[in-house]
Design a protein around this ligand. Structure first.
Ligand code: 5AD
Ligand code: SF4
Length: 470
């Protein structure tokens, strides 16, 4: 039994990061899942989606078969997100449903991901949700076979969550969700400690994978016929800074682009670490997609300082303008938080000013949500929820206006689209993404899935485009 500890999770030292390459499942554990079915439900960001690809592969190596229906499954694992309160609520809502199902059949329930790294969550699971059979954290996914085995053998709740700065585990098996687009982790963790954010506590310190391991993975994906890779990290442009001998993110992007895969993407970028060299590399290579997600969080210098974001409005706008100027046709999206403790109307107006300047292609907007253990959660806050909701509403109206305006520019143009699957809104249609990461719904046969096709845009809305395959 090991429970999470926020004090340990906050620590950062200069020790070298261990690279572990000896993942193995004991032969007697490989039969645990025989004739059993599993469901993994993933909440939150791409990092979790990518982790779930490891979790699924581990389970399948233990004999479990995947299924889509919880009612039919023998094992459900919730891979959770801790970024805001509503992410928590969704998971606890789901646990309630699972508890009910478990009353009428055998069901193993596991919880992992960022919520598993939180002291408050784990103590609540241990005291009030005893039907949860096992909990493991983001640092010990490779321990899943042992954790699951102990939960089954001991017939009591098994909690194994390591709060540490983190290792790099290279050889966990993977079952990729897609045959043509792949997530590739390039680094883990975050050292930025923005004052509102729980991620540096749940994901450990910034640690880069060796570039040779990344290159090898991308080359293999190219050989397998993958069309797109997305380089993943909480803070991708800090790549290599934690490893003296390592190359920079701009150099890594260059090497990845030169492998010749059709589309290279990366998320998420922190403005503070974005160099001119990176901008030049993105501009230079046709297969690095002209799309950048550049979180703003707030436009007010006062709030940015309280958030610990390390840039001013002016510095952000200079970077933004440089990107627009040097990367032809680049689309830029952002994240914005409203209602940070004591955000005044003037502060909020500064955010709107930036949005008016940047005319973003899209923005994810959030009301600030206090996360226990973070510095901002201790700040007194005299702004009421109604004011925060009004601000969010006002911001969204402006954000939507500009995303619609940007989308209108695509009308009647023919653009390459990677067809990714069947449209969620209309099962008779397909959907895909432009190089600038615009969602497009198109008519067409399923054989086009996984292909990059030319699409003529026939209609443009705020959140998607419609088009016809040429
Ligand atoms: N409250 C609201 N939004 C948050 N984010 C991160 N932490 C919080 C929080 N405590 C947002 C940021 C980040 C995105 C992934 O989630 O905008 O960029
Ligand atoms: Fe959180 Fe800031 Fe790190 Fe992003 S950069 S994960 S917002 S601490």
């Amino acid at each position: 039994m090991k429970t999470p500890n926020l004090v340990d999770a906050r620590k950062r030292n200069c020790d070298r990061v261990n690279i572990i390459r000896n993942f193995k499942i004991d032969s007697d554990l490989k039969r645990i899942g025989k004739n059993k079915k599993y469901v993994v439900k993933t909440y939150g960001c791409q990092m979790n989606e990518r982790d779930s690809e490891n979790i699924c592969a581990i389970l399948e190596n233990m004999g479990f078969k995947r299924c889509n229906d919880i009612e039919e499954s023998d094992l459900v694992i919730l891979n959770t997100c801790a970024i805001r309160e509503n992410a928590h609520n969704k998971v606890f809502g789901m646990l309630g449903r699972l508890k009910h199902i478990k009353e009428s059949k055998d069901l193993l329930i596991g919880l992992c991901g960022c919520m598993a790294q939180e002291e408050v969550v784990v103590s609540e699971i241990m005291s009030r949700h005893k039907y949860v059979d096992f909990v493991f954290g983001t640092h010990n996914i490779h321990e899943l076979p042992n954790v699951l085995n102990r939960a089954i053998v001991n017939q009591k709740q098994e909690v194994e969550v390591w709060s540490k700065e983190g290792d790099i585990v290279e050889d966990i098996p993977i079952k990729r969700e897609s045959k043509f687009k792949a997530w590739v982790n390039i680094m883990y963790g975050c050292d930025k400690f923005c004052t509102y954010c729980i991620v540096p506590y749940t994901r450990g310190k910034e640690r880069s994978r060796k570039s040779e391991d990344i290159i090898k993975e991308v080359k293999k994906l190219k050989e397998l016929g993958y069309k797109e890779v997305t380089l993943l990290g909480q803070n991708v442009n800090a790549y290599g800074r934690d490893r003296e001998e390592e190359i920079s993110f701009a150099e890594l992007l260059t090497k990845v682009a030169e492998i010749g895969i059709d589309r290279v993407r990366f998320v998420t970028s922190h403005p503070w670490n974005f160099t001119d060299e990176m901008i030049d590399v993105i501009a230079k290579y046709d297969n690095i997609m002209p799309y950048i997600h550049l979180p703003l969080q707030s436009g007010s210098d006062r709030i940015l300082k309280l958030m610990g974001r390390r840039y001013t409005q002016e510095e952000y706008l200079n970077l933004f303008d440089k990107m627009k100027e040097r990367i032809p046709g680049v689309a830029i999206t952002t994240d914005i938080i409203v209602g940070f403790p004591n955000e005044t109307d003037e502060d909020f107006e500064e955010t709107l000013k930036v949005v008016e300047h940047c005319k973003y292609d899209g923005a994810f907007t959030f009301i600030y949500s206090p996360r226990e253990g973070t510095p901002a959660a201790k700040m007194e806050d005299n702004i009421d929820l109604k004011t925060k909701e009004d601000r969010l509403h006002k911001l969204n109206e402006i954000v939507n206006k500009y995303s619609n305006m940007n989308n209108q520019k695509y009308l009647d143009k023919t653009v390459p689209v990677l067809i990714t699957g069947v449209s969620e809104k209309d099962n008779d249609k397909l959907c895909g993404y432009t190089d600038t990461f615009k969602l497009v719904n198109v008519e067409g046969g399923k054989r086009l899935i996984g292909e990059i096709v030319d699409v003529k845009i026939t209609d443009a809305k705020s959140f998607s485009l419609d088009g016809e395959v040429k």
